[in-house]
Design a protein around this ligand. Structure first.
Ligand code: HEM
Length: 225
């Protein structure tokens, strides 16, 4: 990485914009991942065919590389901003916002909910993407039975509880992150900012309900298979 890039990355405005843009892109991923996972409610063939269509497309590697880069930039900037906040207490990034609002539980716990999401993601990829491989045939095509991998995993009540707790942390992170991302990219409007704040809370609520419904449904489903 060239020195001018390091110097540029150093400036807090660029860091905040990078946080905001990557945060909004990750929210976009959350929506698409949730909608795809809702095929679990439709049934095994629908979900497996969807996952097979995604993973057998060569562009998936490019999409995964882009997703990983966005996540790493977000993580890198977050870590730097948390360290700088610790050093420069008077004006910490995640407790006092340009709007003059006081700290909320969501805003002052961003590093901790972020850490829970990081741990969740590592375990999630280990258990699902790189998890137990089962095989099935749908419309004459042999493919991975990812539905079975997910159902088997959620047969353990502790795994369901962990997901619901982790989705609580994710929802808390998003409830502040979605709103503050707009601030970070410079969108601050007396009329629209309160709407974005409400939208942020609604989005966080839907993320929690949607992502918690999946493990609970799979647990109930698993009990029948
Ligand atoms: C709670 C319900 C969830 C379920 C049932 C679920 C299911 C899955 C499954 C089955 C895969 C493997 C896909 C494959 O190998 O093709 C996967 C991958 C993944 N999940 Fe989730 N997921 C959930 C929540 C989340 C959340 C909350 C996040 C983000 C914070 C997330 C991020 C990812 C990522 C980054 C991948 C890898 C995508 C790829 O490599 O293409 N998942 N998920």
């Amino acid at each position: 990485m060239s020195t001018s890039l390091v110097a540029r990355f150093g400036t807090s405005v660029v860091k905040k914009v990078a946080m905001g843009v990557t945060g909004l892109l990750l929210c976009g991923f959350l929506v698409s991942h949730l909608l795809g996972n809702f095929l679990i409610f439709v049934g095994a063939d629908a979900f497996n065919l969807y996952a097979y269509t995604l993973t057998s497309n060569p562009l998936i590697y490019l999409a995964e590389a882009v997703l990983l880069s966005i996540f790493l930039v977000h993580l890198f900037m977050a870590t730097r901003l948390v360290i700088e906040n610790k050093k420069a207490r008077p004006v910490p990034y995640y407790t006092k916002q340009p709007t003059g609002r006081g700290a909320t539980v969501a805003s002052s716990t961003m590093p901790y909910t972020g850490l829970v999401i990081l741990i969740f993601l590592v375990l999630h990829l280990l258990h699902f993407k790189f998890g137990t491989y089962f095989e099935t045939t749908v419309d004459g095509v042999t493919m991975r039975d990812l539905y079975k991998t997910v159902i088997e995993y959620f047969k353990t009540p502790l795994n369901v509880a962990w997901y619901v707790i982790a989705m609580g942390a994710l929802s808390m992170h998003v409830s502040h992150g979605f709103w503050s991302a707009f601030q970070s990219v410079g969108f601050n409007h007396p009329k629209y900012t309160p709407c974005i704040e409400t939208l942020s809370k609604v989005f966080a609520g839907l993320v929690f309900l949607g992502y918690s419904a999946l493990p609970i449904f799979c647990f109930l489903q698993g009990g029948q298979s």
